[in-house]
Design a protein around this ligand. Sequence first.
Ligand SMILES: Cc1cc2nc3c(=O)[nH]c(=O)nc-3n(C[C@H](O)[C@H](O)[C@H](O)COP(=O)(O)OP(=O)(O)OC[C@H]3O[C@@H](n4cnc5c(N)ncnc54)[C@H](O)[C@@H]3O)c2cc1C
Length: 402
Amino acid sequence: MAGEVDVVIAGAGPAGATLAVALGRAGLRVDIHDARRFPREKPCGEGILPAGVGVLDRLGLREAVGGRALHAVRYHGFGVLAESPFGTAALAQRRLRLDQALLEAARATPGVRVFEDAEVEGVERANGRAVGLRVGGEIRRAALVVGADGLSSRVRRGLDLDTPPRGQRVGARMHFKLASGRDLGDRLSIFIGRGYELYAAPLPDGELLLAGLADQELWATGARRVLRRWILDQPVLRDALEGAQPLTGPAGRTGLVRRARAGWAPGAVLLGDAAASTDPLTAGGLAHALVTAERLAAAVPAYLAEGDAALARFDRERRRLLRPHDWLTRALVAIVRRPALARATLHLMRAAPPLMRRVVAIAAGTSIQGPPTSVAASSRPAPAINSATDQEAMLPHRAESP
Ligand SMILES: Cc1cc2nc3c(=O)[nH]c(=O)nc-3n(C[C@H](O)[C@H](O)[C@H](O)COP(=O)(O)OP(=O)(O)OC[C@H]3O[C@@H](n4cnc5c(N)ncnc54)[C@H](O)[C@@H]3O)c2cc1C
């Protein structure tokens, strides 16, 4: 049965909103739903690595997103400092503004309808195939269902693709307005302590994002107090935050690392954190959400023409693309938990800049290019899509224009 639109999306975070923009520009009809009303906060380290900035550039959204360009990453740990350039710039921007800018771009895209305060209750299935989303007791049908509804994805659960989170790491962030003349420069600064990491992203207008990561038991005395203790433990950070005013209270997440059993099911695909999330230590989540949204948009015309095989191909390609970052993140999380090893690794990075540049390039995804059939910055006419026939039960159907 044909859907009412081509694609229905749960979740209007960076993954869902970027996908909606790219699909709308390709001439498809898209409904996107979010449980929240924007602008809304989302706990995050707020650094967009160069691979993600590349997507914003290709979609012509960088100016709308704004933010502060960051040119390097600097690690501080156990008396050692190691720094490397990103190659191409990363970006830091408040999620409050980033997510709002992406959602507004989606809203302004012909063919895209945005529904806020629209909680997705589940996935509608028929004969083992996803055919729509349930929202406010109604079924919103489409040829393709996308779950971009984040770490605790209801779409993932509805498709029987859930797995439990891995590990006990918890992340929490706060924002500060820095005192005049205090700044950490145009770089991401990562402070490695005993059992924790602090991640500092300088934002526009003299603001600073500070996020802490550690195992759950280390947060027992309360996030604000714990973050304060770690700040005092790091002289460079302590100095930068002298006289700073907190702008937000601590907000965080547990269950940070999660991977769906599969990234797709008949008629549906997961995107962004709903599909897989890595430890925020390497700050990859936003870049991965953007990069994979762009790739999925390029794969949807093939899906509409030939069916689920295109989703399987997209999922394989996604795993291949994100694997180096995933492995690097696992290795770094293991290293920072062992102070002697962390110190030795920082010494090695400091002594071998080409090696550190290589590691940073993997984390930053600087080699990730746009898909071969990338969607241009401005609207394009709809691509020629062969609608499937009624006899081909496993093929989705593109919505007919009214
Ligand atoms: C402490 C911390 C620090 C981090 N630091 C960084 C960093 O520095 N850099 C980086 O790149 N990444 C970082 N991340 C990861 C990053 O935040 C995520 O990878 C990113 O937000 C994923 O985007 P998304 O669109 O997939 O999901 P989300 O941003 O979570 O968006 C999902 C959307 O779905 C909506 N939703 C959820 N359920 C429903 C429902 N039932 N119905 C309708 N809508 C629904 C939500 O309201 C939300 O708007 C960090 C994460 C944490 C927790």
